[in-house]
Design a protein around this ligand. Structure first.
Ligand code: KIV
Length: 280
C-alpha cells in the first residue's frame, strides 16, 4: 500500500481531486479513519478541547502532542500524518520552530501545521529548508482566540479578505505545501483557493476549497459541547455510548451481567480458557 505524500496532495489539486483530512488522537481512531481511506490524519491541538477537556487549545504542550502522535502513527498505514505545533512552540522564532517540529517528525509525523500568516513565514522557511513539510492555517486560528474575542467568522469585509489572501500567498511563497482555511466566508475561500497553486483544506470555509477537514469527535457526535454550524454530524456515537453504558450499569445492578456465557466454571468440570468468552 502506497503512503500518501505531500507531493501527491499537491497533485490532487491539479487533478481537481478533493482532499479528505480528519483529526485523530489515539490508536483505535487512527486505525479506523485510515481504514476508511482518508488522505490526511491530523493530530490537531484540538485534542486539548475534545480529549483533555480544556476550554481552548492554549494549554496543550509539545509533550501532549508527542504522546498522541505516537499513538496515531502506530495506527496509520496509508494516510499522511500531520501534527499541529502547539501554542508557543514556534511563535518564539525559527530556532524553536525547528527544534519542536523536528521532535514531531522524529515521532513519525510527516508534516507539521502552524497557525498564522506573513508573521510566521521565517519559521516556515526554516522548517522547509530543513526538510520539514509545512501546512499553514489561516482564518479563525484557535491559538489566537483571545485576539479574535471568540470563535467568530473571519475575513468578512473586503480589507480582511484581502489580508487573508496576501497571507495565504506569503505562506505559499515561504514553502508550505497546503493551507487550512478555518471559518471564513466561502467566496473568500474560493478566491484564496484560486489564487494559490498549493491546496487549501477548509473547515467552515465552504465547498470551493481543495479539500475538507473535520474534528473527528465533532463529526461522530462525541464532542459533548456546542456544535459549530459548519460541523455535519455523520453519527451520534455519544448517544450510542451513553446508552450502552446505561444498559451495562442496569444489568450489573440487576445481576444480569455477567451471564453464564461470560463466566467460567471450576477445574472439576472443565479447564478454563481465558481466551474465549464461551463457557468451558
Ligand atoms: O486542531 C485541529 O484539529 C485543527 C483543525 C480544526 C484544522 O487545527
Amino acid at each position: 500500500m502506497q503512503r500518501i505524500s505531500t507531493t501527491h496532495l499537491v497533485k490532487m489539486k491539479a487533478r481537481a481531486e478533493k482532499i479528505v483530512m480528519i483529526t485523530a488522537y489515539d490508536y483505535p481512531t487512527a486505525c479506523l479513519v485510515d481504514q476508511a481511506g482518508v488522505d490526511v490524519v491530523l493530530v490537531g491541538d484540538s485534542l486539548g478541547m475534545v480529549v483533555l477537556g480544556y476550554e481552548t487549545t492554549l494549554p496543550v504542550t509539545l509533550e501532549d502532542m508527542i504522546h498522541h502522535t505516537r499513538a496515531v502513527v502506530r495506527g496509520v498505514r496509508r494516510a499522511l500524518v500531520a501534527v499541529d505545533l502547539p501554542f508557543l512552540t514556534y511563535q518564539t522564532g525559527p530556532v524553536d520552530a525547528l527544534r519542536n517540529a523536528g521532535r514531531l517528525l522524529q515521532e513519525g509525523a510527516a508534516a507539521v501545521k502552524l497557525e498564522g500568516g506573513a508573521e510566521i513565514c521565517p519559521q516556515i522557511q526554516a522548517l522547509v529548508s530543513a526538510g520539514i513539510p509545512v501546512i499553514g492555517h489561516l482564518g479563525l486560528t484557535p491559538q489566537s482566540i483571545h485576539v479574535f474575542g471568540g470563535y467568530k467568522l473571519q475575513g468578512r469585509d473586503e480589507e480582511s479578505a484581502r489580508r487573508l489572501l496576501a497571507d495565504a500567498q506569503a505562506v505559499e511563497q515561504a514553502g508550505a505545501f497546503s493551507i487550512v482555511l478555518e471559518c471564513i466566508p466561502e467566496d473568500v475561500a474560493a478566491r484564496i483557493t484560486a489564487g494559490l497553486s498549493i491546496p487549501t483544506v477548509g473547515i467552515g470555509a465552504g465547498v470551493h476549497c481543495d479539500g475538507q477537514v473535520l474534528v473527528v469527535h465533532d463529526m461522530l457526535g462525541i464532542a459533548g459541547k456546542v456544535k459549530p454550524r459548519f460541523v455535519k454530524q455523520y453519527a451520534q456515537l455519544g448517544d450510542t455510548i451513553r446508552g450502552a453504558v446505561e444498559e451495562y450499569a442496569h444489568e450489573v445492578r440487576e445481576g444480569k451481567f455477567p451471564g453464564p456465557e461470560h463466566s467460567f466454571v471450576s477445574d472439576e468440570v472443565a479447564a478454563p480458557s481465558f481466551s474465549s468468552s464461551k463457557k468451558t
